[in-house]
Ligand binder design. Structure first.
Ligand SMILES: NC(=O)c1ccc[n+]([C@@H]2O[C@H](COP(=O)([O-])OP(=O)(O)OC[C@H]3O[C@@H](n4cnc5c(N)ncnc54)[C@H](OP(=O)(O)O)[C@@H]3O)[C@@H](O)[C@H]2O)c1
Length: 219
């Protein structure tokens, strides 16, 4: 399975579509995640944007489609109402099979709680910044309890974790690269296991730093 995680915002849908066709890999062997940008929030705009993204990439469906950000980025507009209206469009796209799974990104607990009150389908996924410096444990617990898959992004903290003395020390101990240690800490794969003491040392690096964007003040 090949996993591509893109977004309309990244501006590369057409090129990715070309690459997919050139690869000759059957669509069924690809996992394509795409994201809806806040400029396209709203019922009609969201539906149109998703279908446009499909045609840009030359595909008939997305395996996962996410609302990219909890804020509407429109002054004077109720974020909560626009999120709910947008989510209803995603629910329909899901029922129509255009999106095999639907989710959100950068949503905090209060955004998820509001969506639960306002809509009927619980997001399948919440994609959130996650690395040793950014460990939103309460949000993770909430997602787990609500049956929402917690998907971490920026596992290397955009490279910032790779020079951290604790990460370097543990990498030396296991004879692995700092990047492997960070990813191993996140998901426990790679055929080696970090001892509890090292998991705890990495767990202690949380300083609430965001290396991308911070949704804390989004109502
Ligand atoms: N939903 C959202 O709002 C959101 C936001 C940000 C990212 N994401 C998702 O997260 C994914 C990747 O995020 P990210 O780029 O921030 O990830 P990251 O893994 O934290 O950072 C990648 C950076 O680390 C550097 N790096 C150094 N050593 C590396 C190594 N051994 N292996 C890989 N990278 C190394 C790379 O530098 P070089 O480029 O110089 O190689 C690159 O700049 C994307 O699929 C994206 O869709 C989502």
């Amino acid at each position: 399975m090949r996993h591509m995680d893109t977004a309309k915002r990244y501006g590369c849908e057409e090129k990715l579509g070309e690459a997919i066709r050139e690869s000759g890999i059957p669509r069924s062997e690809l996992w394509l995640t795409n994201k809806l940008w806040p400029g396209d929030y709203g019922y009609k705009a969201a539906k149109k944007a998703c279908l446009d993204s499909c045609s840009q990439m030359g595909v008939e469906y997305f395996d996962l489609y996410l609302m990219h950000w909890p804020g509407s980025m429109r002054p004077g507009c109720s974020n909560r109402e626009l999120r709910a209206e947008t989510w209803r469009a995603l629910e329909e796209l899901y029922k129509e099979g255009v999106c095999r799974a639907i989710g959100v990104s950068n949503f905090l607990v209060h955004h998820l709680q509001q969506l639960k009150e306002d809509c009927s389908i619980v997001p399948h996924v919440n994609q959130v910044e996650y690395h040793p410096f950014q460990q939103p444990n309460h949000l993770m617990e909430y997602c787990h309890q609500e049956g929402i898959v917690f998907e971490g992004y920026s596992p290397l903290a955009k490279g910032q974790a790779l020079n951290d003395p604790t990460v370097l020390q543990i990498a030396e101990k296991y004879r692995r690269t700092p990047a492997q240690i960070c990813i191993r800490w996140s998901i426990q794969v790679f055929g080696f296991q970090l001892e509890e003491v090292d998991m705890a040392a990495l767990g202690g690096l949380h300083d609430n730093r965001h290396v991308t964007w911070d949704p804390t003040n989004v109502e």
